[in-house]
Design a protein around this ligand. Structure first.
Ligand code: HEM
Length: 417
């Protein structure tokens, strides 16, 4: 084991630039037996392999059942007390059932209907930006509060509870994850808040007919969603609510913040987008590819001995798809290390796996795209001449195994592009 390549995701170099070491692994071999943070895994760095892994029914998301002796120890996948016995940790048929019920509530129509509300949230945040200060941290003042306000909206959190909801969600998703005590307290507090919301909504909704496809909040839709006699029970509703907090918050924050950084690190890019706002959807796809907010997928486990790209994977082995690596695979995208805001506009089909692939493809992808589009539209209209307040090399990235995101985004707001 000692001569296997190793990847320590807490290394300062890797935190700043994960792409260089990943490219070296990708060039060497198809699947690399690599020790990631002390645990041996098969690391997937090529695009085509990732698509295969993420859609192969012989490869499971359920480490508690299929992880072998070593892989079961992939302790860092985080379980947070059973609440994560949810979509991302289960396989068909349980996954199919849960996903079908949630999808009944998470419809394109309900997502599209959120646009005016998201725009209001964005414009209110912009109006509150401290214009008199020299530096504004757009992470803290814009990219971060917007998605949490949207999630609060999805759950129907009352305005009076919003501050508390945001505080405990920040503690829960890891802004302070190093403090286990605080995180446990966050799970407790959020649990109380969410159970209370579920009870209240259940009571108010009663047996009143509700069109789950578009009436009420997402939580209302989840409470009401039925498949014949089957519904989500209370523990399932609670687990789903926690999953949406974990999966829908930081991810979207960092799509917005990474996108802003990519634009401001070369002012000509920002100017081009301001001049041609129609490029925004393509620019967002390219943010997702180029600085993927979710670095790695949830670990997968081989349920039997199997071959992937001529490599024998033994039953129980853990397999980790690295989005940051596969999205810059030169076999998939020419000049993959270059940000090209026209790239996906000129390419048929999706060109990245930032939202995953296969049965666990991100449930919130269309919501995340909508939030990002509105966030950029409003900011670029209000402050088209915004620039970084520090040299790009001075921007610090967060130490995180899973999330690619900055610690702060100090800018000078500007009206003139
Ligand atoms: C799954 C990325 C926003 C809810 C995933 C997966 C990825 C991902 C890569 C698959 C993980 C895997 O296969 O191991 C992202 C990114 C986002 C984002 C980059 C923002 C830019 C959201 C939002 C929501 C959400 C806003 C909901 C409010 C989910 C859920 C799953 C998921 C529920 C699990 C689906 C399943 O297992 O069937 N996301 N996500 N995500 N995402 Fe997202």
């Amino acid at each position: 084991m000692t001569d296997l390549p190793t990847l320590n995701t807490a290394d300062a170099d890797y935190t700043r630039d994960p792409y260089t070491p990943l490219a070296a692994l990708r060039e060497q071999e198809s699947l690399s037996r690599t020790v990631v943070d002390g645990l041996p895994l098969w690391l997937v760095t090529r695009y085509d392999d990732a698509v295969r892994v993420l859609s192969d029914p012989r490869i499971s998301n359920d480490g508690s059942r299929h992880g072998g002796p070593g892989a079961r120890g992939v302790a860092w996948t985080g379980t947070r007390g059973g609440l994560h016995a949810h979509l991302l940790r289960v396989d068909a048929p349980d996954h199919t059932r849960l996903r079908r019920l949630v999808s009944k509530a998470f419809t394109p129509r309900r997502v599209a209907a959120l646009e005016p509300r998201i725009r209001t949230i964005a414009t209110e945040l912009i109006a509150a930006l401290p214009t008199e200060s020299e530096h504004v941290d757009l992470l803290a003042a814009y990219a971060s509060p917007l998605p949490i306000a949207v999630i609060a909206e999805l759950f129907g959190v009352q305005a009076a509870d919003l501050g508390e909801f945001r505080y405990w969600t920040d503690a829960y998703v890891g802004v302070s994850a190093s403090d286990g005590g605080l995180q446990a307290e966050a799970v407790r507090r959020l649990g109380i808040l969410l159970v209370d919301l579920i009870h209240r909504r259940r009571e108010e909704l009663g047996d009143r007919g509700l069109d789950v496809e578009h009436e009420g909040t997402l939580l209302d839709g989840m409470i009401k969603a039925r498949d014949h006699d089957d519904r989500l029970d209370e523990p399932e509703l609670l687990a789903m609510a926690f999953l949406l907090l974990a999966a829908g918050y930081e991810t979207t924050v960092n799509l917005i913040a990474n996108g802003l950084l990519v634009l401001m690190s070369e002012p000509a890019r920002l100017a081009q987008l301001v001049a041609e706002p129609g490029l925004l959807p393509a620019a967002i796809e390219e943010f997702l590819r180029f600085e993927s907010p979710v670095k790695t997928a949830a670990p997968r486990y081989a349920t039997e001995d199997l071959y992937l790209s001529d490599t024998l994977i033994s039953a129980g082995d853990a397999v980790l798809v690295h989005h940051s690596a596969v999205n810059r695979d030169p076999a998939r995208a020419a000049d993959a290390d270059v940000y090209d805001l026209r790239r996906s506009a000129t390419r048929a089909g999706g060109s990245h796996l930032a939202f995953g692939h296969g049965p666990h493809y991100c449930l919130g992808a269309s919501l995340a795209r909508l939030e990002a589009r509105v966030a950029f539209e409003e900011l670029l209209v209000a402050y088209p001449g915004t620039e970084l307040a520090v040299p790009v090399d001075a921007i610090e990235w967060r130490h995180s195994r899973q999330i690619r995101g900055v610690r702060a985004l100090p800018v000078r707001l500007g009206h003139v592009p």
